[in-house]
Design a protein around this ligand. Structure first.
Ligand code: COA
Length: 204
């Protein structure tokens, strides 16, 4: 006997919202211009004139240590490619919403939500420049991004923090995420090794 396989609801939603949008329903959202506002922050698209601030921030040893996919040394070309190429392309192609974290008109960090289709849901990430740290900006940005994704239909959002990155784990909890477990050897490092990460999740 043959039968027509039932399509999973998420498969239907993926088709409706476009490649890469995963479980989100983004009709009516223009990802290329989408801006989120919180009490103290504006989360906006990157612009070419963010190059200097991104270049300066990404010299920070903490950012270089915990974001293993960041090129080291981090050059002006890397910053230019990111703010004018990589980040706008991610939005234009519906793969994610990278944002500049702006406080009082100044770039204090970068945060984003990647919308790759995955059972774990959209993934939130962030860094805060040394001159913006210690004021809870990362948690405020991560919370806004998580709520944006959940508000657009994602059943869950997640983030990974290296088991040694205590500051980031604190941020995740302050942003409303729960610790779901440790995923072993999932973070690839520049030296070819793999590190364990704490998986955090937030559900609708
Ligand atoms: C992690 C990071 C985003 C935190 O940004 P932030 O806006 O300063 O975050 P908060 O102000 O909410 O501070 C987070 C908490 O961690 C604490 N903290 C900071 N550095 C710490 C460290 N090395 N060890 C333990 N706790 C630390 C802070 O003191 C703060 O707690 P408190 O308010 O009780 O003092 C920022 O340090 C950063 O960009 N680090 C490098 C990149 C990175 O790790 N990104 C995340 C990858 S998953």
């Amino acid at each position: 006997m043959t039968s027509t396989p039932r399509r999973r609801p998420e498969a239907r939603r993926e088709r409706a919202s476009g490649e890469g949008a995963g479980l989100l329903s983004l009709s009516g959202v223009d990802l290329t211009t989408e801006v989120l506002r919180t009490e103290r922050l504006v989360l906006r698209p990157h612009r070419p004139d963010d190059e200097d601030a991104v270049l300066r921030a990404c010299q920070d040893p903490g950012i270089q240590r915990w974001l293993a996919d960041l090129p080291v040394p981090y050059t002006r070309d890397d910053a230019r490619q990111f703010v004018a190429g990589v980040a706008p392309a991610e939005r234009a192609e519906g793969r994610g919403m990278p944002t500049v974290v702006e406080a009082d008109g100044e770039l204090v960090g970068s945060a984003g939500v990647h919308l790759r289709g995955s059972r774990l849901g959209p993934e939130v990430g962030y860094w805060i420049a040394p001159w913006g740290r210690g004021r809870g900006y990362a948690a405020e940005a991560a919370r806004a991004l998580a709520e944006w994704a959940l508000g657009h239909g994602a059943p869950r959002v997640h983030l990974f923090a290296d088991v040694g990155n205590v500051a980031s784990q604190t941020v995740a909890e302050r942003a409303g995420f729960s610790r779901e477990g440790v995923v072993r050897s999932c973070l690839d490092q520049r030296d070819g090794t793999w590190r364990d990460a704490v998986l955090f999740g937030r559900v609708r």
